[in-house]
Design a protein around this ligand. Structure first.
Ligand SMILES: Nc1ncnc2c1ncn2[C@@H]1O[C@H](COP(=O)(O)OP(=O)(O)OP(=O)(O)O)[C@@H](O)[C@H]1O
Ligand SMILES: [Mg+2]
Length: 368
């Protein structure tokens, strides 16, 4: 080993920095040294740099120090609570503070948009008060089938438009529509649909939560390892007040689920005969402003359009159409959701983040 190299290593040992040395090369009288800093702060890095430069200048005046400090800060992983579901990569809970804001319609169209982007998608309709996914996916009257996986009996999701689905509605027979699901019964059915089901490999499992922030929500989001939550709201003040409650619920310490963003539904109405006119029936920009106030991403706005309602009612969500203004609105919102997910999901390995953003047609992630 060259003299200069020996001397340099001695200095690092004296400073207690030998473990942080990543690389050392000697070129003539130049010492090319790379040291790793485990602190993200500029201040700490500057301190390290000054200490090394001063000591090298004093002890090795004959050498020229070419110093590089790289940063390696261990990422604090998001704590994923609950029991994972085999094969399911990302679980997204879709919530709304208030009922009737279009949460299920948004969820159905998000699922379709994700599927069209090439993702493997599942949808769990957990709305015990009014499961509407079977209707929206033209699956009324269907029943999950039974499948044996490794000798264990599992529930096989029903599938349409490339989206796998289980709904609390599949457990209600035609005459029982008025059944009020009691807490424990609903909880049991939901647990079965999550862990006793054969979802297979999924990139995304979307959960359509019941409206509100009650016990059933707490029990789902505490038991299921939810990757992120989305909140749907209209711009109306009464709905927005509940957005705040929804965000507060996901931020609770015992839940701690990152909110990926807010989607504003029924933002304005444009009559077909006056396509340039926008009528802000429920108020303007309410959800956008609320998202800003709460420091969460705003994922986009969906106008009030008759064809969205009609498409859901006939069991063919509007996002199934190609290159229509409506399907493009859903596509953009879905891309924004994926970008937000990749940004928030610090556990996602870079390759997975790139795969997801590429499939969604978003720009490459800003981080990494
Ligand atoms: N952007 C939209 N344009 C027109 N109609 C819409 C739009 N979004 C939702 N709707 C309609 O509004 C009604 C309520 O929507 P949806 O059932 O999705 O709301 P929800 O929040 O899931 O309600 P619930 O609280 O009952 O579960 C439905 O008839 C739906 O077709
Ligand atoms: Mg609903």
């Amino acid at each position: 080993m060259s003299d200069l190299k020996n001397k340099a290593i001695n200095i690092l040992e004296e400073l207690g920095l030998e473990k942080w040395m990543k690389n050392i090369q000697i070129m003539g009288d130049e010492v090319m040294l790379e040291v790793v800093s485990h602190s993200p702060t500029m201040h700490e890095r500057k301190k390290l740099e000054n200490a090394l430069k001063t000591t090298f200048a004093q002890r090795m005046p004959e050498a020229k120090l070419n110093l590089r400090i790289s940063i390696d800060v261990p990422q604090k992983p998001i704590e994923i609570k609950g029991k994972p579901i085999d094969g399911v990569k990302n679980i997204i809970a879709i919530a709304s503070g208030k009922g009737g804001v279009g949460k299920s319609t948004v969820t159905a169209n998000l699922a379709i948009s994700l599927q069209k982007m090439g993702f493997k998608v599942g949808l769990l309709d957990a709305d015990i008060y009014g499961p509407s996914m079977p209707t929206m996916f033209d699956l009324e009257g269907e029943k999950p089938y039974s499948v044996t996986v490794d000798g264990v009996n599992k529930m096989g999701p029903v599938e349409n438009y490339g989206v796998k689905m289980l709904s609390i509605g599949f457990f209600i027979s035609g005459n029982d529509q008025a059944v009020v699901w009691r807490g424990p019964m609903a909880s049991k059915a939901l647990k079965q649909m999550l862990w006793d089901a054969h979802w297979g490999e999924l990139d995304f499992l979307l959960i359509d939560l019941p409206p509100g922030t009650g016990d059933i929500h707490l029990s789902i989001v505490q038991q299921v390892p939810v990757t992120g939550a989305i909140i749907v709201s209209t711009p109306q003040n009464v709905a927005l007040a509940d957005v705040r409650k929804g965000v507060a619920m996901f931020n609770m310490e015992s839940i701690n689920v990152p909110v990926l963003g807010v989607i504003e539904n029924m933002s304005y109405f444009t009559p077909a005969e006056l396509p340039d006119n926008k009528y802000y029936i429920f108020g303007k920009d309410g959800a956008r402003d609320m998202a800003e106030k709460l420091h969460i991403p705003f994922l986009g706005e969906i106008p009030l359009i008759q064809s969205i309602r009609e498409a859901s009612d006939v069991g063919r969500p509007a996002a199934l159409q190609d290159h229509t203004p409506v399907s493009e609105i859903y596509e953009k919102i879905t891309q924004n959701m994926v970008e937000s997910l990749v940004e928030r999901n610090e556990n996602l390995p870079p390759t997975e983040a790139v795969r997801i953003t590429t499939m969604a047609g978003c720009s490459t992630p800003r981080k990494f």
